[in-house]
Design a binder for this molecule. Sequence first.
Ligand SMILES: *Cc1c(COP(=O)(O)O)cnc(C)c1O
Length: 471
Amino acid sequence: MDTTQFRQLPAVHKLLESAVVASWCDVYARTDVVRALQAALSQARAALREGGTLESWDQPAILRIAADVLTRQAQLHLRAVINATGIVLHTNLGRAPLAAEAIAAVQESAMGYSNLELDLETGQRGQRYDHVEKVICDLTGAEAALVVNNNAAAVFLILRELANGVPVAISRGELIEIGGSFRVSEIMRESGAQLVEVGTTNKTHERDYENALNEGVALVLRIHASNFKMLGFTYKPSLDALVKLAHARDVPVYEDLGSGSLFNLKKVGIGEEPTVRESIAAGVDVVSFSGDKLLGATQAGIICGKKRYLDRLKKNQLLRALRVDKLTLAALEATLRLYRDEEIARSRVPTLHMMTRAVDDLRDDANRLADTLRKSLAAQGKGVVADVRVTRVESQVGGGALPSEDLPSYGVALHVVGVSEQTLLERLRAQSPPIIARIMKEEVIFDVRTIFAWQRDELVRGIANACTGCA
Ligand SMILES: *Cc1c(COP(=O)(O)O)cnc(C)c1O
């Protein structure tokens, strides 16, 4: 090893004098630039130690590496990724992408000041919930509404206010656990409610609720089964029947709808998801649902229902700890407004659009992706032997909504000779932006349903890089 070669590498202070590096210092902190140059130089020394030549480690080569290090260092930890899993509401990937209208609203209220808690007419203090209450009521038929941090927080607040220290009836079939170990039985205990289990796991009858009501429960809780489904020998009373039973004894009914759709998906042939409006029309006193599941907005828990109960919730001290910020309210208001027209909602709310896309469109997308990918791989000419094929797949709604409802879709299946599927997935995650795909039957699958049109070029570049082993 000839370590005298090391001395012929440019020194950091010399590199800092170059025009290119000086321009970096306009954008990045000087300490970060120095660190990147040091990292590039130590790579060069390591390469020379392994028998590399000085010619291949000239100044431009070192600066290329440093530039690369610099962009990586500048990358935020929370990054945008391409979702090629076909799972529309992927909790690990941030659930719902926002509508353009919501993004614009977020940007506007983030840039400066807003009337978050100011009544512009009177100049007096206003309520942050005023910005969304009316539109929620219009869309659901409810008398009043409120928004908290997420639906889990909504469940907690409602039980705490309406059921602290009192018995609450819930069917054994609805004592579920949903993602992130959120257990209904435990959240009830935490909130101070006394759990009264009604019926059996598969069947709960009207008379079971009646018995519980006769023994003095103070609230009837109905919970959407979310990410699980019972089949076969099952029974539960209709919402109408349940409300009638409870109201006959002046007991309120609270329904945790989970996803809570404002759009009637049944009408377009997807699932059996009840709408929030149906629950309110059935007479349910309080309903809660998520902002970032089927609604397709931001993380939030939306509560709506009868004014007398909502008034109590609004006065609860806990609300202060669960309150939403201006960005959430901005995104939510803009998204909710889109729902005033079903067709607008369907074309503008990205999650709704993805869920309801025609299968022919998806097939066209998959064919286009496969073609460009083949061309890109051929153009690289690096001897990669890859099999690119269009295939039928099933997408999922995700987010605990419609668990048994697979959506027919199309994807591109990729197999690279000599590269395992796991390795390919790892390489895809190492791209910028990272690409998240899944493995099916020993092939890596890119489901086009969740890929945005504006991501196509980046996607093809990323996949081609992953095939050849470049980052
Ligand atoms: C998803 C879900 C929740 C939790 O909602 P988050 O908005 O994720 O907090 C609560 N209850 C049910 C039935 C759910 O499906």
